[in-house]
Ligand binder design. Structure first.
Ligand code: SF4
Ligand code: SF4
Length: 488
């Protein structure tokens, strides 16, 4: 943009405490009892598109994340869906793994690793997740791209919104919302496809036989996508996302964040020719970095919690620097210490891998290896023992004392299994019925098991015994504790 078209330089933003505002209002002429508005209407942001390294990275992440999200539920593993959280059957299928609700520990481990990864990446390079991989960012990027394709570039979109309603405006707006809605509903449908087999869901959808909860969640998630990516956009990051609020605790002066090099850029100002500086710094005050910002902030005002670290202002400023034949990097990923001490990129990187980051990395590595090892070594068999409360203990034919149990035997393999059930813990204790269980692949089965003990073989009271469940065709084996009651 030629300097002659530049808007007036924006005054740096100041944060004014509410108490100070109230005092100023009271001190102003006629200010006694003046009302201070705490609400400001949201101004619509029209981000300008930009080409560059970080823009390409953002689009690469859009393609990768969406290829995984939309594609994964359609892939098969043997006879079943590759990734399926089957809530109705209470089974989770992840590639070759079959998990039961009893395997919640693995999910917990995964969540802990995800949280720790977030801490690690935030300590290294700020809000990388927000800028590149968060669904809010990704869908906003997709929706903005559609908006631009239908309504035009930034200036055309601003003009269209200002114009009175016309047939052209109506058609463009309707078409844009239709495309948005189609993507949003497909997103909602795909989301539900992770929780109910997606092929059956697609058939049910085509025959309009979808169950009520599937319809509810497909529309709920679809409208959440439509609303958040189409309308709320940066407001979700600014006002709704808790991560934006506590990220400050994870930053320090050696965290890589998008920064404006004020010592190099100031005094900012328009200039006639590239070498006609007249005491000015490198910033030509073109505001391109502000126009491309999806949250509408000016990075030259310093670190702000609204910045999602997307790097688009870096691309924008580098484009301007190239045109002016100035060195790139007036706006760049840098650390506060690096900018203050004018460190080289090598010095900055040397400080990025500081003790705090190394501790995060070590804990992350240990937890990941531990989780992986426990998944590999996990026994593909689960057993729950429940006492039959209807008959705690009774004397049966032959003078035997009998306790009855119900065993839930869960086969976490992909083939039918036979399991032998035995018991130990009391001399003379035997399994009178239910010593063999046949369970289908990834199924669970309740087995009634009767334990018998010769009368007077044990003193009255509660005795701890152990059920041993052993696979006949492989070496999977599980032991579960139970209580055998001997009445007085
Ligand atoms: S200031 Fe720069 S890095 Fe931060 S959100 Fe705006 S464009 Fe992205
Ligand atoms: S920082 Fe760069 S993009 Fe932003 S106004 Fe200055 S010269 Fe333009």
């Amino acid at each position: 943009m030629p300097p002659s078209q530049n808007p007036a330089p924006a005054a740096p933003r100041r944060v004014i405490p509410i108490a100070a505002v109230a005092k100023d209002a009271a001190d102003a002429p006629g200010g006694e009892g003046a009302t201070v508005g705490l609400y400001a209407a949201q101004k619509k942001i029209y981000p300008r598109s930009i080409q560059g390294l970080f823009s390409r990275w953002r689009w690469a992440m859009v393609f990768i994340t969406q290829a995984v999200f939309y594609g994964l539920p359609w892939l098969e593993w043997g006879q079943r869906q590759m990734v399926l959280f089957d809530l109705a059957a209470r089974r989770f299928y992840i590639f070759g793994l079959v998990l039961y609700p009893q395997d919640l520990i693995y999910l917990t481990g995964l969540l802990v690793i995800s949280a720790l990864s977030l801490f690690f990446f935030t300590a290294v390079a700020g809000r990388l997740w927000c800028g590149y991989a968060c669904p809010q960012t990704v869908y906003t990027e997709i929706f903005l791209w559609i908006e631009e394709k239908i309504e035009g570039q930034r200036s055309a979109r601003i003009r269209l919104d200002k114009d009175a309603m016309s047939l052209e405006k109506l058609v463009k707006k309707w078409f844009k919302h239709l495309v948005w809605l189609a993507i949003a509903l497909w997103t909602g449908f795909t989301f539900v496809g992770y929780f109910t087999p997606i092929r059956e869901l697609a058939m049910a959808f085509l025959q309009t036989h979808m169950g009520s909860w599937e319809v509810f969640w497909a529309f709920f998630y679809g409208f959440a996508t439509y609303g958040n990516a189409g309308f709320m956009r940066e407001q979700v990051c600014k006002y709704m996302c808790p991560y934006a609020r506590f990220q400050g605790a994870m930053f320090d002066r050696d965290t890589l964040v998008v920064s404006y090099d004020a010592a190099r850029g100031e005094a900012r100002g328009a200039r006639g020719k590239q070498h006609d500086r007249s005491g000015l710094g490198d910033c030509i005050d073109c505001t391109l970095c502000v126009q491309v910002c999806p949250t509408g902030i000016d990075i030259r005002d310093g670190q702000q919690y609204e910045c999602i670290g997307c790097g688009l202002c870096v691309d924008a400023c580098n484009t301007v620097m190239d045109k002016m034949d100035y060195p790139r990097g007036l706006v760049r990923y840098a650390t506060q210490n690096g900018i203050a001490a004018r460190w080289s990129p090598r010095q900055v990187l040397a400080r990025v891998f500081r003790p705090r980051v190394l501790i995060y990395a070590s804990v992350l590595a240990v937890l990941s290896i531990g989780l992986l090892a426990s998944l590999v070594a996990r026994t593909p068999l689960k057993v729950d023992v429940v006492r039959d409360r209807a008959s705690l203990s009774r004397i049966v034919e032959g003078g035997m004392l009998e306790n009855v149990y119900r065993l839930q035997v869960m086969n976490a393999t992909e083939r039918p299994q036979r399991y032998r059930i035995s018991v130990r813990g009391l001399d003379g204790l035997t399994v009178a019925a239910g010593d063999l269980a046949v369970v289908q692949p990834a199924e669970s089965r309740w087995i009634a098991v009767r334990l018998q003990l010769p009368y007077d073989a044990a003193p009255p009271g509660s005795h701890t015994v152990h059920f041993d469940v052993q696979a006949v065709d492989d070496d999977a084996r599980v032991s579960e504790k139970a209580i055998f009651l001997v009445p007085r």
